[in-house]
Design a protein around this ligand. Structure first.
Ligand code: ADP
Length: 446
């Protein structure tokens, strides 16, 4: 049985239970309540009717008459005892009773006992008998009415409740069907870009769909990063692997002296080191992109951190380049220290690597529009205008032969990922032949 149907049935049975309880309660109250004497109001109702009788041109006017009032049933007879008007109540036919004016009698019909009261209205030309009957047990009448109403109303209430509950539950569950359909389509089509994107529906369902969408987004990111890692790794490792194999082959075929072997082993070892460094960097950047590894950000003095990092920085080859720093003190940021030192190292290392002999590298840190901004500027070879967009791509190098100098084209891609992880950005400005400036920006704590 579907959850919708189960819910609707449950609500309906609850309403039935409550209705039965209310009914029992009302009946019990009715039984124990103290009503006025039925005989007294029997007379009242009959006399009321008698006062309203009108006789016009040989006809009685019935408009004002009450055939039923407060449990009293009235019948009207002419002087011959012919029934003129009565309440339609089959089990209460007292036409056979003789008319005795103004006397309350007790009569029986079936297993019920009634008071009967006759009243004669004399209209001079004609006359009218009014006969009123009421149950001696006044509770019985009310109980009858309650039970009759219950038989009519309760089924309606139950049907409306059932249909209403079914409608609400199917509306509530509709988003779940959408979630299931999206999950299935993602699974079947292997397309992680699909989203539930629930616009309408109950708040809880929107939260559920939102949580699923965020999960799909994260899965997509992880899969993308993994796919890229696999493709990058297989592409980038092909060259060193080929070199290692060629070197082994050469050693096997041509090496004769221990020096020849040592030379081959040195070559192989160098390629092995490059591969290992490359895999490390690639894994680092992939983890950053996937968000699988936690890099907690903590609040700290970025000015102090940058000052220390610059002091500790040792360029691979300084070529007479001098470093100038200009650091605004007391800038507070939320940052991850190991990632931030990576940023400073990568930017400074590049500035030295692509800097001019005996030139300069300037690092500054300032607070601008509530951002902490690190600028690293050099007066080196610069970057071609058309290459400025490409420098952030993995493995992109203006001059790939420089790879042998230790670079692998992953440094700036890493810097970009780190900036994004901190909720910031990194940009570059450069003029070919005159130098470059890298601008790294993350939100400061105000
Ligand atoms: P790598 O330095 O290992 O080659 P990066 O990702 O750090 O890799 O840089 C990518 C490319 O961007 C470099 O190969 C270089 O061509 C260019 N580049 C980076 N920094 C500078 C700079 N300060 N001046 C000129 N070119 C740069």
């Amino acid at each position: 049985m579907s959850a919708k149907l189960r819910l609707a049935l449950w609500v309906t049975s609850m309403v039935l239970l409550v209705s039965v309880m209310v009914l029992v309660f009302v009946l019990v109250i009715n039984r124990h309540s103290l009503p006025e004497d039925p005989a007294a109001y029997l007379v009242d109702v009959v006399i009321d009717n008698a006062n309203d009788v009108e006789y016009d041109r040989g006809k009685f006017e019935w408009n004002e008459m009450s055939v039923y009032k407060r449990g009293v049933y009235c019948s009207f007879y002419n002087t011959n005892g012919d029934l003129l008007l009565s309440a339609d109540k089959e089990d209460m036919d007292f036409s056979g009773e003789p008319f005795i004016a103004n006397k309350i009698r007790t009569v029986r019909s079936g297993d019920k006992e009634f008071y009967l009261y006759d009243y004669y209205v004399d209209m001079e030309v004609s006359g009218l008998w009014i006969r009123g009957v009421v149950l001696t047990d006044s509770h019985q009448g009310i109980t009858d009415i309650i039970l009759r109403l219950t038989i009519v109303i309760l089924p309606v209430i139950l049907i409306v409740t059932f249909l209403g509950a079914l409608w609400i539950s199917s509306r509530t569950f509709r988003p779940i069907e959408k979630i299931v359909a999206t999950a299935n389509s993602i699974n079947d089509a292997d397309d992680l870009t699909d989203r539930i994107a629930l616009k309408k529906g109950p708040k809880e369902m929107k939260q559920l769909a939102g949580a699923f969408d965020r999960m799909f987004e994260r899965l997509e990111k992880v899969f993308d990063a993994e796919r890229q890692f696999t493709s990058d790794a297989s592409h980038e490792l092909r060259t060193p692997t080929a070199i290692i194999l060629a070197e082994c082959d050469r050693a096997k075929r041509k090496a004769e002296t221990p020096e020849d072997y040592r030379e081959s082993i040195d070559n192989i070892s160098e390629q092995g080191k490059r591969m290992s460094a490359l895999i490390d960097e690639l894994l680092g950047i992939t983890r950053l992109q996937q968000g699988t590894e936690r890099y907690p950000l903590s609040k700290g003095d970025l000015s102090e951190f940058v000052t220390l990092s610059c002091e500790e920085f040792v360029p691979a080859d300084d070529r007479g380049i001098r470093m100038e720093t200009e650091i605004e003190p007391g800038i507070e940021c939320s940052f991850n220290a190991s990632l931030m030192s990576r940023v400073i190292y990568n930017l400074l290392q590049n500035a030295y690597k692509y800097g001019r002999d005996n030139g300069y590298v300037r690092l500054s840190l300032v607070k601008e529009n509530n951002d902490a901004v690190i600028r690293v500027k050099d007066n080196g070879i610069g970057i071609k205008k058309e290459d400025l967009d490409k420098i952030w791509q993995r493995f992109w190098q203006a001059d790939s032969s420089r790879g042998s100098e230790g670079g692998n084209g992953l440094g700036l891609a890493m810097v970009k990922e780190i900036a994004e992880l901190h909720g910031g950005s990194v940009t570059a400005e450069s003029t070919e032949g005159r130098g470059s400036e890298f601008i790294f920006r993350i939100p400061a704590v105000s």
